[in-house]
Design a protein around this ligand. Structure first.
Ligand SMILES: [Zn+2]
Length: 287
């Protein structure tokens, strides 16, 4: 799933290609991805793209005051095409959900590869009309995200484990399963550590880890074509998705804890004093 750095790079990529262009047509191939009906996607036709922004993991195309907002979720993606086929797309069973044609023949496809259709598209007059945007917490790239702001968050959610807290969009915007693993590895903290137990030094370290991890990933992603962002996300990881491989810091084997619909990865030597975390699924299998 694309997180803050990938969506930030996508926004940058699109900004350079769409701002100043007129939307020629919007084809909806999968009506289920549309979460709003007024204004309709077709009302974007004839209007000029004036900006591209990011809110958390949401991508926002400002089309002369109307906003086409996209949440790619787990299996959605954006494919830029220098030359789009002009034939209209009808409702289909393929991955194509929505196609945006610009006035020079270029444009992009939004696709959904998942069996659970989570890709979400909104057309609104104000981004704050999207419930997921209205409830976003502070953005880690914003100057307002200070150590004091983080510290207040940790106190407010004192009984929450760090892993879950970092992923919660209403607490911190844009960090998901992958970058929360990375942040905790950089901060050398257990994913299960309770937010309220961090002392002042640990709070400062976690703040630095959040900002540096996200900023480094944005730097690596910037300038990449949309098609190359997923690969870059994967190769930049220290522990996430690297179960069984050596930790790049200490060489210990990266371990995993599995849950019903996700898993986390961590290094025991770097993060949990050398003690492997209990994995309920594994212990069940071993019993
Ligand atoms: Zn390590």
């Amino acid at each position: 799933m694309p997180e803050l750095p990938e969506v930030e790079a996508l926004a940058e990529f699109l900004r350079g290609r769409t701002v100043g262009r007129v939307v020629a047509r919007v084809d909806v191939a999968a009506i289920s991805v549309l979460k709003t009906y007024d204004p309709s996607p077709t009302s974007l036709a004839g209007l000029t793209v004036t900006g591209v922004h990011r809110f958390g993991k949401f991508l926002d195309l400002d089309v002369d005051g109307l906003h086409l907002i996209v949440h790619l979720a787990r299996a959605g993606w954006l494919h830029w095409r220098e030359q789009l086929p002009s034939a209209p797309v009808g409702p289909g069973r393929g991955p194509l959900a929505l196609r945006v044609h610009l006035d020079d023949g270029s444009g992009f496809d939004l696709t959904e590869q998942g069996t659970q259709k989570k890709l979400a598209v909104y057309v609104v007059r104000d981004p704050q009309e999207v419930p997921g945007i209205a409830r976003l917490g502070p953005d880690p790239l914003a100057p307002e995200f200070t150590v004091e702001v983080l510290s207040a968050i940790l106190d407010e959610h004192a009984r929450t484990q760090l892993k879950g807290l970092l992923r919660e969009q209403s607490v911190i915007a844009g960090v998901g399963n992958a970058y929360s693993d990375e942040i905790l590895h950089v901060a050398r903290m257990s994913p299960f550590k309770l937010a309220g137990t961090l002392d002042a030094n640990e709070r400062a370290a976690l703040h630095v880890a959040i900002k540096s991890t996200v900023e480094d990933a944005v730097t690596r992603s910037m300038g990449l074509a949309a098609a190359n962002l997923k690969g870059e996300k994967k190769t930049g990881m220290r522990v996430h998705g690297r179960t069984g491989l050596p930790c790049p810091v200490c060489g210990d084997t990266v371990r995993e804890v599995s849950f019903a619909d996700s898993s986390l990865q961590y290094c025991a030597t770097c993060q949990t004093g050398g003690k492997p975390l209990a994995d309920r699924r594994m212990s069940k299998l071993l019993r």
